[in-house]
Design a protein around this ligand. Sequence first.
Ligand code: HPA
Length: 273
Amino acid sequence: MNVDYDRVRQAADAVRTKSGALPEVAVVLGSGLGDFAGTLGASVSLPYQSLPHWPESRVVGHAGRLVIGSMGPKRVAALAGRCHAYEGHDLKAVTFAVRVMGLLGVRTLILTNAAGGINTTFAEGALMVIDDHLNLTGNNPLVGENDERFGVRFPDMTEVYSKRLRAIADESARAQRLELRHGVYAALLGPSYETPAEIRYLRAIGAEAVGMSTAAEAIVAQHMGMEVLGISCISNMAAGVLPQPLRHDEVMETTRRVRTEFIGLLEAIIARL
Ligand code: HPA
């Protein structure tokens, strides 16, 4: 009974023992965006393998470490690397890190990812605040017995991505003279990229960007009452938008190119929390 809760608790206890002061804010870093972890001061770096029950990601561009350190007066946890359902992990594993952050007392969760741009006014390298998501993965991390210590059986999803945090992101982007787009993120299982027909379908149902992460983590964060901000780096235009095939290398190249802007934006947001 409640093996999941116990495992999350044990991992949280291990993090607490190894890292001292507890984080208030956590940032999950998407493909190629892991550099942010290196900007934290007085940090402790915990490889995922050193933490009990922590699932590992083997995707290129995902480092696999939890870094806890300071940014100004705030204690921040940076999760460089996440595991994805397309690797064969169930959604309990995919959302394990978010659960641990919740039990450590994190109240603000920033989820970042690389995503394909569906909105044709976007360009590669654009940054998009996630206003809402379409969970099209065919699964939900809350399936199974509900543990009330985490949250209620039927959590409300009216405002998964906090209006307040979205406004802070806009204000931070203005201060950095950075253009920030907004849109709906469609989460698919992957790992194959979409077909052009699937992208036309996603556009028709209201998606502006598409990716293979984030929605499950956002659902779990909402289940635990955390305030969530989502930011997508449009690493490529989605299939069929441009007359060229998609490559994971391109995703990595684009995220690398925008990392300075991206880190600047995250710093500006965290300073305003
Ligand atoms: N599709 C799905 N996931 C992605 C993409 C894409 O085009 N780019 C980065 N992650």
